[in-house]
Write a protein that binds this ligand. Sequence first.
Ligand SMILES: *Cc1c(COP(=O)(O)O)cnc(C)c1O
Length: 460
Amino acid sequence: MQGPDIRRKIPAVQKIWQSMPSPLPVAGYWIQRAIDRTLLDLRDQAGRGETPPPLAAVVEQVLAEARKLALPSLVPVINATGVMIHTNLGRSPLPAEIMEAVSRVSTQYSTLEYDVESGHRGSRHDHVARVLAELVGAEAAMVVNNNAAAVLMALSALARGREVIVSRGELVEIGGSFRIPEVMALSGAVLREVGATNKTHARDYTGAINLETGLLLKVHQSNFRVVGFTEGLSTAELVKIGRETGLPVMEDLGSGVIDPLRLDGVVEPSVREVVQAGVDIVTFSGDKLLGGPQAGIIVGKAPIIDRLKKYPMARAVRVDKMTLTALEWTIRWYLEGRSQELPLWKMMSETLDSVQERAAALAARVRGRVLGPVAVDTASGFAQIGGGSMPGTQIPSCVLRITPDDARGAQRLEQRLRLGNPPVIARISHGSVIFDLRTIFPSQESLLIDTIVMALQETL
Ligand SMILES: *Cc1c(COP(=O)(O)O)cnc(C)c1O
């Protein structure tokens, strides 16, 4: 048979539509897209001399394709990596109770920029500014899209066309796309680096100050640590230089914890401590150690925050009502002593005993449902904070360990889990697939077991 003759055997679009089940399993849009794709494939195949399958098989193919197309792209996953603030997996999870408040505010009109007492226009900053300032002991606060935007805007508003002095030990890169020298260039401020990678002294700062200097900047060494002979200025020491020279001092804290955090001998200073040291403005993220929504938080002296609120860039990096609601509630939970109920802090503070118990129970349940050449047990492990916060600090944890008999089994299983529904993100270590229980919510356990069992059935 020749190509054109085979092509005539490909079912017509109308025929395929007539054979569709009623009601349609997914929106008609996706069916049409799937028909287009399937017919394209069949025409290609016909061109190569392949006879098309019968109508029923084509319909099956279209339905399978349509179901795939109809799946959303941004979906929940089970984070079995043990990295709590996992930037690729959405950083801090938010509590359902707070998301209900977000839903209430977002599905109706709200007081976003309206002052009910005066009946006039209000400011979107006010909702969180008061509670935020109260929480960290600052005069004023504002919120923008993320901390990168906060740093960019603050540098631009306070030091455009002027020099900003930073220690060479603090010219950090965060997540590949945020680098202090590049953000500085973009802001229009001129980077004046001082000191050495491991040591910067007060005289390095004072020696660099001149008539062009606009700001002294301290950047938290978020995602790395320098060990050995190191020296840098404390916030208080930098503030002292700022006071003596009449220059504003800014600190990019990165993560920003509310209660001072000591882990593994590493201490993360709280925002309140940094504010108390006298810094003019402090910037930090909403979705790192705060455990809230993505946001860039700026706290500090009222005149400077007022200047920032009026700076034209503020309009370009402003946050929407969903973020503001989630952040207001996150802050309120801290004030009300409920921060331990935020998913991030729940995870962080779960006792090792409890994590071990959950791992053992999970292992027993998986073992009970899997027959085949695979070992299922638990092992001790270490979870991490992640998100460029407190690098190297290890939080004792417990993992579920699945070890297939054959050497490539772990790779196949890890891949199959990633493609599962929901996707399960685990890691491979020494021929085993490892699931860290600290980042797996108790409410996800049954679904996790089903997904693991299905993946094992398909890969063993
Ligand atoms: C994470 C981080 C940023 C960027 O914050 P985003 O909220 O991710 O935009 C900037 N500076 C430091 C020091 C950080 O740790």
